[in-house]
Design a protein around this ligand. Structure first.
Ligand SMILES: C[S@@+](CC[C@H](N)C(=O)[O-])C[C@H]1O[C@@H](n2cnc3c(N)ncnc32)[C@H](O)[C@@H]1O
Length: 342
């Protein structure tokens, strides 16, 4: 099969079977593959394609074929993000995403960097008296080598801003601790020392030197567990209190919350949220990078890439969806990214 130059595919929706199209894309030419393949026995997208296999093993094998092409086309600095949903069969959860991730580990050389859980804030309210409502899905991040690009601060970076705003101008920081000091069994001297220390750290928060702090007072807060002779225990025994300062940015957890999106007039039954794609593009790509989605559907990946000034390549087997994706793309201006504050 003839391999074409990458330029031929840039910023195009390619209407065809991912199995064939992927083979024509040059090796080591893509920065990020991000996609949501058809789930196992979930929907009919009209053109056959993946997802209709009789056995889950056949589905995984078909998906792996395309996944291996994804591995070939990404650069050493690149990453692959796959979002896969699960399926009940005879009342039994098949764990399809995990079967896939394990098969990837067995059959390729990529590493599974993270499983990021999408927590759906508005899951389908389909009640089953004897089951809980499934309301999460994994996004697996695979990398090809240690050179992968990873901008951790950018991922959900707007939440740092939200958190700072929630803290206000620091007016109320630490105020509650003064009452706790009074109510404690510390001696008058210890109480005075504790109040002075508290004033100091409050000032450090207000002037931006530290992000926050925790004050632990003997007899009121639980003592540190283990490390009998550790510094905190010494402080508590000697002074009756200890201060734990919090520096830097928030912890970046492997969780992303977002509603399932609905778009007015959408003809595609299973779009994934623009917001989640955006956060992965912030984490794993830079401006002008190449982002590929082999199961483009309604064009969400391409839309977000275009908005964020990345190059996109979208592959979709159903011509109606290709046309719909093109229409969506035509409405996109390069614009500010959206920020979903949950
Ligand atoms: C879960 S949907 C993707 C939805 C997409 N993330 C969005 O936001 O619109 C999977 C898509 O893969 C397409 N598809 C199935 N088999 C395919 C194949 N072999 N090659 C290319 N596309 C395929 C289906 O037509 C469907 O649109």
């Amino acid at each position: 099969m003839k391999i074409n130059s990458i330029e031929r595919y840039l910023n195009k929706v390619v209407c065809g079977d991912a199995n064939e199209v992927m083979r024509k894309i040059p090796s080591n030419s893509v920065d990020l593959v991000i996609t949501s393949p058809p789930y196992y026995k979930q929907r009919d997208y009209g053109k056959g394609g993946l997802g209709h296999e009789k056995k889950v093993e056949e589905y995984i094998a078909g998906l792996l074929e395309i996944f291996k092409e994804c591995v070939r086309v990404i650069k050493d600095s690149g990453a692959i993000v796959f979002n896969i949903g699960d399926k009940y069969e005879d009342g039994n959860l098949l764990l399809v995403p995990y079967r896939f991730a394990i098969a990837v580990g067995q059959e390729t050389n990529v590493r599974l960097l993270n499983e990021v859980t999408w927590v759906k804030t508005n899951p389908v309210p389909k009640q089953d008296k004897r089951k809980l409502i499934p309301s999460s899905e994994p996004f697996f991040i695979f990398v090809k080598s240690n050179k992968y690009f990873f901008d951790k601060d950018a991922f959900l970076g707007h939440m740092d801003y939200v958190r700072k705003k929630a803290n206000g101008n620091g007016e109320n920081v630490g105020k509650g601790y003064f009452n706790l000091i009074e109510a404690s069994d510390l001696s008058a001297d210890q109480k005075q020392q504790c109040r002075e220390r508290l004033q100091e750290v409050i000032w450090e928060v207000k002037t931006g030197k530290i992000e926050g702090f925790r004050l632990k007072i003997k007899g009121i807060h639980a003592e540190p567990y283990g490390g009998q002779n550790g510094g905190r225990k010494i402080h508590l025994d000697r002074d009756g209190f200890t201060v734990i300062k919090i520096y830097g940015k928030s912890l970046k957890r492997d969780i992303i919350e977002s509603p399932v999106e609905t778009i007015k007039g959408n003809i595609h039954p299973a779009i994934y949220p623009e917001y989640i794609v955006q956060e992965f593009l912030k984490l794993l790509t830079r401006k002008n990078d190449v982002v590929l989605d082999p199961f483009l559907g309604s064009g969400t990946t391409a839309m977000v890439a275009k908005k964020m000034e990345r190059n996109y390549i979208g592959i979709e087997v159903n011509a109606d969806y290709c046309e719909y994706a093109e229409k969506r793309l035509a409405t996109v201006q390069k614009e500010m990214v959206m920020e979903l504050f949950i």
